[in-house]
Design a binder for this molecule. Structure first.
Ligand code: PLP
Length: 393
């Protein structure tokens, strides 16, 4: 049976594809240093696991919840957001979703008429473009500056009559770039002036390093706040990728439409995971900041080493998330590959180091390295990458 055209036009997730290949190699007994993965290598903090077990024991996990989410969790998210940066939401402005991924897809689904455009600054996380297409919209790619950020002028150059929204992801996957307050204010004012909805993907907000101040689009002027949908979740901050809990917060009309969409698609996000997320948002944040500190240490370890790899070029040092996005086309060419895609494949096959080609993020001459791996794994991987490239010198 032929699959629908809208699915045939979708590129499978490159990160999930590398992850599958890596797993297969491991299953055959090969040693793989996996730097492809977009998730913390830490286990979910024990107090969160305990809350989930307690919810099961209290028989709270057995039943459907409201499609918008567990009321106590929505209240906890509102309190958490107010405490983190001051944005104030009523619980009915929040919808809990099956990961931030489904918050985004629900939003695109209720927002976009066929042909509506969403501005996507490049490089961008792999799923934005495909989700916009799946929801019937048109992703419009906006090239960034050398610091991997976009300005109002760059956005304005791509704005047209069908422009409906823009996505700003800070800290950013795949580069770790963080927008300053002034940069966000300029983008926010531009969006308000032109009636373009802001989608703030703040999922990495807690993973920010070296004392850099995080600002969210939701924490600027009342006009920008009213024109923004916030997307976030527990995956990255709390080492909870497997639990699949995210949320959207924003204007009631959109949130209510998303709740209707969710009611007919996933139904409520898994109940036991919502109880776990409730513990995360109401519990002691010490573990979040311990993990953050570990990522910061790894960044400091990997950054100088990566800069020394022949044929690798780095822009500004990342300030958040847990990725590096070097330009690697020269390294590819030095080792006999004409593309970074081939280079990444050769690295995996010949050295067992898994990274993600930049093409998946809209910049094919770069590659993404995740440092959400142990220091030993990171150092061993860098040694093997260096030896591989130097063989060709
Ligand atoms: N947004 C960005 C920028 C991401 O990197 C990810 C995950 O990799 C997500 C959203 C989705 O996160 P989740 O669905 O695990 O909550």
């Amino acid at each position: 049976m032929q699959v629908a055209k809208k699915i045939a036009a979708i590129t499978p997730s490159a990160t999930l594809a590398v992850a599958a290949q890596t797993k297969a190699m491991k299953a055959q007994g090969q040693t793989v240093s996996d730097l492809s993965i977009g998730q913390p290598d830490f286990a979910t903090p024990a107090f969160i696991d305990a809350a989930a077990k307690a919810a099961i024991d209290a028989n709270q996990a057995s039943f459907y919840l409201p499609a918008t989410g567990l009321p106590a969790l929505k209240k906890a998210i509102a309190t958490h957001l107010a405490a983190r940066g001051g944005a104030t939401y009523d619980p009915d402005q929040i919808v809990v979703t099956t990961g931030a991924k489904f918050a985004l897809y629900s939003l695109f689904s209720v927002l976009l008429e066929p042909g509506d455009e969403v501005l996507v600054p490049i490089p961008a996380w792999v799923s934005y473009i495909e989700q916009i297409k799946l929801a019937g919209g048109r992703p419009v790619l906006v090239p960034s500056t050398t610091t991997f950020k976009v300005t109002p002028a760059q956005l304005e150059a791509q704005r047209g009559p069908a422009t409906k929204a823009v996505i700003i992801n800070s800290p950013q996957n795949p580069t770790g770039a963080v927008y300053s307050r002034a940069e966000l204010e300029a983008i926010g004012d531009w969006a308000v002036a032109h009636g373009v909805l802001l989608i703030a993907d703040d999922i990495y907000r807690d993973l920010i390093y070296h004392g850099v101040a995080f600002t969210s689009l939701t924490e600027l002027t009342p006009a920008i706040f009213a024109n923004t949908v916030l997307i976030s979740g527990v995956s990255k901050s709390y080492a909870m990728t497997g639990w699949r809990i995210g949320f959207a917060a924003g204007p009631r009309s959109l949130i209510q439409a998303m709740a209707t969409f969710i009611g007919h698609t996933t139904g409520n996000a898994t109940a036991v995971a919502q109880y776990a997320a409730l513990a995360a948002y109401t519990g002691d944040d010490r573990t979040v900041f311990q993990m953050r500190d570990a990522f910061e240490k790894r960044l400091d370890l990997v950054w100088p080493r990566l800069g020394q790899l022949p044929g690798f070029h780095l822009e500004e040092k990342p300030q958040g998330a847990f990725y590096l996005f070097p330009r690697a086309i020269e390294a590819a060419q030095m080792t006999g590959s004409s593309t970074v895609d081939d280079f990444a494949a050769a690295l995996l096959a010949k050295t067992g180091v898994a990274v993600v080609p930049g093409r998946a993020f809209g910049m094919p001459d770069h590659l993404r390295i995740s440092y959400a791996a142990s220091e030993a794994t990171l150092m061993a991987a860098l040694d093997r990458m260096q030896a591989f490239i130097e063989k060709y010198r």
